[in-house]
Design a protein around this ligand. Sequence first.
Ligand code: ADP
Ligand code: MG
Length: 697
Amino acid sequence: MHPKRPTEIFGLFATTTVLPGVGPKLAGILEKRIGAHVIDLLRHLPVGLIDRRARPSLDHVVDGSIATFEVLVVKHDRPPPGTRRPWRVIAENETGRLEIIFFHARDDYVARALPAGERRIVSGRVEIRQGRAQMAHPDHIVDPDNSAEMPLIEPVYPLTAGLTPKMLRRAIEGALTRLPNLREWIPQTVMSERNWPDYATAMRDAHHPQTADDLLPQAPTRSRLAFDELLANQLALALVRHAAAEAMPGRRFAGTGALTATLLNSLPFTLTGAQQRAIKEIRADQQAGSRMLRMLQGDVGSGKTLVALFAMLHAVETGVQAALLAPTEILARQHHATINAFLAPLGMEARLLLGQGRGGARKAVINELADGTAQIVIGTHALISEGVSYHDLGLAVVDEQHRFGVRQRILLGQKGRGVDVIVMTATPIPRSLAMTAYGDLNQSRLDEKPAGRLPIDTRALPLDRLGDVVSRLRAALAGGRRAYWICPLVEESEKLDVAAAEDRHAALAQALPGIDVALAHGKMKAAERDDAMQRFRSGAAPLLVATTVVEVGVDVPEASVIIIEHAERFGLAQLHQLRGRVGRSDTASSCLLLYQGPLSETATARLDVMRETNDGFVIAERDLELRGPGEFLGQRQSGVPEFILADLAAHQDLLALARDVARGMIGPDNQPVDRAQCDLLLSLFERDSAVRFLASG
Ligand code: ADP
Ligand code: MG
């Protein structure tokens, strides 16, 4: 549900069918690829431009260049039906001749577009073939009377399956005409200092780049739009935080220490210094009168789950309940198993709550949560679904921050009174970014690995050495090792990816006779996937072929080899996550990055970083540097998801400014100085939960 939007931006949140040329079918494609609303198209910024201003003489064209010519159509050389010859149109002007070529021309399209004896402006790539200027399939053909119809400089948008550049440009041009003039929210001093245009101008100019410089993140138009987004984010964080603190004052959770002491004594290992520090920081928050909102960051395998368990037990000691929210069922089950193993010496048992359709057992857990019998519960978003209520929830731990938004955190908070929240993330975020991108969220960092962990030996190898890789794998498996084989998942076609994983599974099963090779991917039935994971976990199947479903948190400490196929397709953060599946015991582990050459410069750099370091915090810093402009990593890979216009690497300098300006927009009473203005900015950037707080405040 959306809160009520300010009327002046209604038009921007209309569905794309209001735009010229956008019917239900195109709207469907747009929704899937870009977004459902006009504003989504506006935020889809060009990545390049085509300059059509060159109008060379036809006897002096540069082979392969983009050029525009006004020509007289002389004659058509139309292919006889049933032949494969192209349709050739001869045209000319004072400077020479141009052959315009069409392959597989449909019907009379060419005859209509280029009528013999008439003049037309054509624009596209010209090539020289046997001394003659040719243009195959011009990008534009317009009547000279309507020459304005042809853009002289044309924006180029990221390629999107199912959309032609023309359709997209037309829709975006339509969207631009709907831009209202909005009351400025950036202080005038900042505007003039940075030479920033107003919002509507910035948006229009961003879609009409005149030079390559206009495409850079530092260009005034781009940085203004990025700033708006960062500002909205800072404002939302500040308001939600204050509003939450006021609406639901915190409680002091001062436990007896009985349960946590028993846990500590029963551990087969000692806590790392970082774990001890984090446990102490969290306990101090729990005992304080205000609500805790703390981010627990730590590299894979740094022992976050255990830190969270200490916090949960501390809460339970005070008589309240604790919940752990995981992003997937696999992870929820796994946390449940791990935590129950730790709880066994205490004679306690955590409950598990997953999605719909598990009848009786589910019902029982829901009842136990309501009457308070269940003290610790682990589950998926089912934990925050409407039908689930708690006797007295005091602590919520949210695993993997980047799969959940502020909204889920708030829903969790609403399941109890003064609920403390810990957000756990395995994607280390550079310190500077964490401070600014997450506002005043408190941080605990587990920057130390449990003792005895060996660095993971990491190598990169081209895919054409697959044969060698399989022989080495065979030897490793024969030596009792357990291995993951990861196949990439590219969002464009999940079906093909699954097929690739299935093929790889079949090929490996054949190449490794006598070995049970398990397969897990996202399109499998849950039961089948669980079975595969179970076989791998127990060692019955020593090799698991999987897509990135194993990316986060899967814990099989006995696995010590990971092979990542098409490593060049993954971002650094994701590679690091995947690699973290091994190196979880005192056996030396190895990671093999199989790549398909030739590698781009950035891909090479990424693989180098992986080979050079095992430290997630270092990798996070390098990731930030490497994600240069023009490279579009998926949100999941960037670690900091909420931004579309801002690029945290390129716009780092704007973060502190956004925080300062946001502070200026909030008065000493923690209320917006100008409510309507805040509402406008937050609504424009869909920081809905913040808007809701404004509405209720
Ligand atoms: P994370 O969630 O941070 O990736 P886990 O909590 O899954 O890490 O911990 C990884 C493994 O290390 C688990 O098997 C856990 O039991 C174990 N572990 C946690 N803390 C320590 C420690 N201080 N010493 C040794 N092993 C530990
Ligand atoms: Mg408290």
